[in-house]
Design a protein. Structure first.
Length: 380
């Protein structure tokens, strides 16, 4: 029976970051993944994820974001992979909406460089955008996007280079406390023991972390790519920023420049507008009414974007009721660390979450501020 210092279950964004961190620190690590490397059955695919620092979800996140930026740069240097690109970004809406006011609060609280643009200035700088006269934008030069698939592969490659043992197509079936301390993990291929177990289950959280008592909702979300009317040139990354837009009359939308070449179109999606599902029950088709609704939303804010629909990709979101993460030692099991509930705004934190989880698994604490993410807030 193989013995390890730490076993990590789930090798998506957070799990791959964790095995990378642990292996780089010299620990004997086993990573278990139910699918192959870089799979598209969770929430770490779709070619791009927004990264930003003026964080409307809460200024408490900003210190973690600053560290994540440092670690993304280090990952790019160590792996030789282009994992992060800064394009600038705008948070758009009426002045009092959460997207604008929350981003402004975080920027001011942490002294982040930013500009406030009125509608006329936003249209002047970015002619692709069509704000209403009563809308404004917070512009942040350090916003941009990260590449989820490349990030996961880079982290797994570096983990393997540092000696991690990675098993794909081998899901954990069960785990239990080991009689000699630590844990015993069972898969169809055998049993393993370790001093610590890390569970980063993504959309399998309701099943693998049922004893945690945290309500995690699994949703189907659809990402869309359109070829803009007139071509992609005005939407290229040196002309068009990432954006999150909160129209007064509709749902938040977010999108990207055209980053995948002349035929790749530009990506846009509704923000947190999904339907409840399960990993096994995910509807992988994209339906005509979904395309029409997205095209109408896109036309409201970027009139030339919905020229021709190219494709769509459903993905699985896993979110908590308050939309904050769960990162903690398991309250009932000292040898288990859990990390879940990241979807909607989590991928930009991937490398720093790996650092935090590796800290918790090896020392029981971390220097990073994570009180907001304790599961007791949702179970007491």
């Amino acid at each position: 029976m193989a013995a390890f210092d730490v076993i990590v279950v789930g090798l998506g964004g957070m799990g791959s970051a964790t095995v990378h961190q642990l292996a780089a620190r010299g620990h004997r690590v086993l990573g278990l993944e139910r699918f192959g490397p870089g799979h598209d059955r969770g929430a770490s695919h779709g070619g791009s994820r927004i990264t930003r620092q003026s964080y409307f979800e809460g200024s408490e996140y900003v210190p973690l974001l600053l560290r994540a930026y440092e670690l993304f740069d280090r990952l790019a240097a160590d792996s030789g992979q282009d994992v992060i690109t800064l394009t600038g970004g705008v948070m758009v809406g009426r002045p009092g909406c959460r997207t604008v006011a929350g981003a402004l609060e975080s920027a001011r609280a942490h002294g982040l460089e930013h500009e406030l643009l009125d509608a006329a200035e936003l249209r002047r700088r970015f002619p692709t955008m069509a704000p209403h006269d009563d809308e404004v934008a917070l512009y942040e030069a350090k916003a941009g996007f990260v590449r989820p698939e490349r990030t996961v592969v880079a982290q797994l490659d570096l983990a393997a280079r540092h000696g991690a043992e990675l098993h794909f197509d081998e899901p954990m079936e069960s785990w239990s406390p080991d009689t000699g301390g630590g844990v015993r993990v069972r898969t169809a291929a055998g049993e393993y023991t370790a001093g610590q177990l890390v569970i980063t289950p993504g959309p399998w959280a309701p099943r693998l972390l049922a004893d945690l008592g945290v309500p995690v909702r699994i949703e189907r979300q659809v990402q869309h790519w359109f070829t803009p009317r007139g071509g992609v040139e005005p939407f290229l990354a040196d002309r068009h920023p990432i954006y999150i837009w909160e129209p007064a009359e509709g749902h938040q939308m977010y999108g990207f420049p055209a980053i995948d070449g002349p035929g790749g179109g530009a990506k846009i999606a509704f923000f947190r507008r999904g339907t409840e599902t399960t990993p096994e029950g995910l509807d992988t088709a994209v339906h005509p009414d979904e395309i029409a609704e997205m095209a109408a939303g896109a036309a409201r804010i970027l009139p030339d974007l919905p020229g021709q629909w190219l494709r769509g990709e459903p993905c699985l979101y896993s979110t908590t009721p308050d939309e904050h993460f769960v990162i903690s030692r398991h309250p009932a099991h000292e040898a288990v660390t859990v990390a879940c509930g990241f979807s909607g705004h989590g991928f930009k934190f991937v490398p720093v979450v790996g650092e935090i989880v590796a800290d918790l698994a090896t020392t029981g604490s971390t220097r990073h501020p994570i009180d907001l993410f304790h599961p007791s807030r949702l179970t007491e």
